[in-house]
Each structure stands twice: as C-alpha cells, then as structure tokens.
Design a binder for this molecule. Sequence first.
Ligand SMILES: C[S@@+](CC[C@H](N)C(=O)[O-])C[C@H]1O[C@@H](n2cnc3c(N)ncnc32)[C@H](O)[C@@H]1O
Length: 620
Amino acid sequence: MIEKATTTIPTVTADQLAKLRQLMPHVFGENGKLDFDKFQACLGNQLDSQPERFNFSWAGKQQAIKLLQIPSRATLVPAIAESVNYDTTHNLFIEGDNLEVLKLLFKSYFEQVKMIYLDPPYNTGNDFVYPDNYQDPLEIYLKLSGQMDSQGNLLTSNSNSSGRFHSAWLSMMYPRLLFARQLLRDDGVIFISIDDNEAANLRLLMNEIFGEENFIATIIWERAYSPVNLKKHFSESHDYIFCYAKNLDNLSCNGLLRDDEATERYKNPDNDARGVWKSTDLSVGPVVANKIYEIITPTGRVVLPPEGRCWIYTKQRFEEMLADNRIWFGETGNNVPSVKKFLSEVKNVVTPMTIWKYSEVGHSQDAAQKLKALFEGKSFFNYPKSVELIKRMLQLYTDEKSIVLDLFAGSCTTAQAVLELNREDGGHRQFICVQLPEPCPLSSEAFKAGYGTVAEVGKERIRRVIKRMTTADPELPQVSPHDTAMDMGFRVFKLVASHFKQWHMSPEITPTAYIDQMALFIDPLIEGWQVEPVIYELALKEGYPLTSKFTIAPHQHHLIYQVSHPDGESKFHVCLDERVDLKLIAELGLGEGDIFICRDQAIDDTMATNIALQCHLKVL
Ligand SMILES: C[S@@+](CC[C@H](N)C(=O)[O-])C[C@H]1O[C@@H](n2cnc3c(N)ncnc32)[C@H](O)[C@@H]1O
C-alpha cells in the first residue's frame, strides 16, 4: 500500500465531525461537509430552538471556538541535554504555549490522561494571560517566547481596566479546557484552582464544557494561616478548586487513608477485647414506625428516640447488639444509648470532605518556603501550590499507572507531587507538565541566578527533586538512581515551528501563485530541516506518544530510524535520505503491515510499487 505520510494532526472539530459522520453518514453532503438542513430534519424536536434559553456567552467566544479549528503549525523537539534519564523515563516536561501543545498531543494522548490539574492565572489584573492570536496562533508564541521589556516583564498582561477583562480570560481558557477534556480518559477527573476573580465565570464555563452532571465538588483550600491586616474588609484565606469528572458514572474515588487524627478518636473505655472503638448515634431521621420503642438504660432510665427521629435498628436487632456488648450507655450507664463502632471493623479509608485545611495539605507560605529550601534559600517562584495539596488529589483519583497532566505547570509542583507519591506507594504514575517560557523579571532572584524563564525554574526543580531522592537526604527514604522500578527522570520537549512547509493559500490566489505554492511541495520539508526533529514530528503525527523509543541504525549506507510505541505493540521505520535502495527494505525484513516512511523524491514509481508490495509505504 502507498499512502501520503501524515504531516498534520486532526483538530478537535475534524475529529468530532469524523465521529458524527460514523454515527450519521446521511447528514453529510457529497462534498463531505455537514448538511445542516438534513441534520436539523433528522433531529426534529430534539433541537432546542426556543428564542429564550440559558446561554453563557462573552465577547470573543465565537473566535475562541474557531481557534480549535486552526491546525497547529508547530512541533515538539527533544532537549536531551536538559532531560534526566532520557532513554528510560516516561515523564514529560513540555516548554510551550499549552494550546499549541494540546493540539500536538491530541492524537497521541486522546483519552489517555487519568487526572488533569490546572492552576491557570487567576486574572487578578496583574498576572499574565496568554494573548491568543486568531490569525496565526504560532506566531504570537514565537514572538512572546523571546519578548520582554527592559525590565524583563512580558509586554502583555490582561489589565482590569480593559473593556474585555473577563472575556479575554474566558477566551483563553475555553479552547484549552475543550482540548484538555478530549485527553481525559472516560474515568478521568479534572481539578482546577481559582479564586473569586473568575470563580463564578469558571463554574459556568466548566458546566458548559464538562456538563453540570459531571460536577463533583468545590473544594476550599485554606491557603493562608494568618490575616493580612492591611486588607480593608476581609483577608481571603482560601482558594477554590473545582473538581469535575469526564463521566461521573465511570469515575470512582479511592478515598483518603485514615489519618492519625481520625484514628485517635477511637478509644476503649470499657476495655473491650475487640479493641478501640468510637460511639456513633443510635438514632436517625426521618421516623420509621417500627423503629420507635423504649430502651431502658442500665440505671433503669427509660429513653425514647429524639423528636422526629427513630432508632437505627429494629427492636430485635437492638437486642442482638446489646447482647453483643455493642451498645454504650456512657461510663455511668445512664446516658442516651449509642453504637460502638470498632476501628478493626471500619474501612481504612475515609470519604474526603470539601474543606482542605492547611494543617492537612499545607498552606501557600509553607509551599513557598519549601521551594525556597530546594533552591538554597532563594525565592525563584512566587505562590507555588503546596505539594501535599496536589498529592491529595492524586491519592483520591489516580492509580499506580495513571498519566497526570498539568497545563499551567509554573514551578512544577505537580511533577514533585507525582514523584513523591510514587516513591511513597511504589506507583508508576507519569507526569506531563506544560509551561510557557514566561520570562522571569530581570530584578528577580531567579533571573539573577541564571534562570531566565519560569520554564527554566520548573525544569531545575524537577532535577533537584530527583537528585534529592536519589542522593542521601535525612528526611526521605533513599531511592537508588539505578532502581529501575522507580522512574527518576523526565524528557524535555520544546515547541518550535514545524519542519514541514505550510500551505498558505488565500481565497483570491492567482494561477501563478498556485503553481508557486505547488512547487514548494515537491519537497515538503522546510529549508534547513534536521533529521531528528522531523522524526519526532512524524511520530506525533502518526499518533505515537513522546515517550516512544527512538533508535537509529545504519543499513546499506542509509540511516534508518525506528520509532517504537512504549507499549511495544507497534513501530515504524523512517529513512530521510535523498535516495532509497530497494535492498534496504529486504535487509530491514519489513513485511506486510510494517510501516516504512521515506521521501517521495527518494524513490521512483517502480520502486514505490515494489516496496509497497512488501510493506506499508508512506511517502513525504
Ligand atoms: C498560577 S501559575 C502555576 C503555579 C504552579 N501550580 C506551581 O505550583 O508552581 C500559572 C502558570 O501558567 C503559566 N502559563 C500561563 N499561560 C500559559 C500558556 N498559554 N501555556 C503554558 N503556560 C502558561 C504561567 O507562566 C504561570 O507560570
């Protein structure tokens, strides 16, 4: 079989249309486009056409939706020197604008991610909100990643005096959330941090994208432990964390391991041989008629359930419980009866509550101090989240093999939480952290220490955490750097312009301009292309994850690259040489079903036919 190699990645819209086409081929016209009239006719009264209906909108929403349809013109290239244990690790740090990155990951990571944590800019008026460019999304990234003013500040921030203050933020979040949802597994979950600046808008946005029926909880994180007395009215001491499921029916919660505090509530005042217990209410509401009866305490007092309630047991069951010494009337034998709940009989997990106190998951200042300690007392990043906070999210919803994605990674707290939890419970969770190379201000300690961008700080943090775990640290159980069971590494990738030429065709193009464009495509690779980036780009476009194995071997004077899926189930070969020799195919031992990619100009028609008889040939 001969096929054109894939040099683009489908957009969300293209992917959704393809699925719709599978379900309803009859609503598509001859030109392959959706025929809306037919679609409407088929759905009949299922379409909501009422003039007044609930609708959440803002200035620029339509443009934000259009961003989804613009295919990425970028690719990801590895930065091996900045990575740790590149060849063996499954963790990823990707430097770039998260929307472009999401577009590139879409094919390879579709429905692969178990948990997403997002900590976007809160839109305070002073923070940087990415200014998407609707005409040329990549251009703005390439400019921004090298652009700062003389103070080292980014030239763009969303000031609250701007007439489109909330709209700009919503337009930034909307396409990212839509893409992020596509990467979640059906039993996946997303946590997103926010404060009062955008909490109300974000809730509506999440309802629209994830569905109100998939809302799980709003968690309050007690992020501060003392008031800021300069505040005029209240000193806010909490953040919100919204938690949504991709599909609530398929998501289950691991619960939280019972902590010491919960265990301490169990005592044994009557020296029961079954061990410590705590008393729980014997009454319940509403009333069930056959569960109202008199109970006589050991002191002879007659007790009835409180008004509007009944006992939890029938009289017969109560008698059995009493005989088994499971009813407690207090030290004096005169109290209202309660039920003895034995620690040995309860599950070791508790259902999480929605207020997460700093005493349990740390506070902001504590997180900043710990990060400072990791960087020898220097403050390289303001307001990191607490590692314990993210660890709790991981504990609740991930399993030992989960992929965890953070699209606004900042100083990479999520990466540290994943590494630490894996070490604690022997898990193999993988992280994918995406972070913009947002410049650190020239006056910042980070910049002075040589970390020019937040991405540099994030990568260095991961390296230091790994180093601390693999070298003696009195506070931590040590992990050997050669311990193959633990993934102590990460691959770094960077967003750059694609190495494939892009089709620039305006609707008014003249025949000559058209011929010129066509000429460009005789060789689809850009001038100055390099082999490795092209191989990685092909892998992404073939739907291979960035953790795939890339090997290179000389064969018959050719350089052959083999890309193997990390699960070992599939692989393909690429040769980007000017000419390809037929003997090569024989030597590689490629058979039917094996994919071989080479440049169109490297083989003539007869060779192409011959190769295609032996394997699955794709040409560039
Ligand atoms: C609130 S901070 C995240 C802090 C992080 N949770 C931590 O604990 O360190 C948000 C980060 O998102 C980054 N960011 C903003 N827009 C982005 C974009 N379009 N792509 C990738 N990162 C972005 C910012 O540079 C900033 O570092």
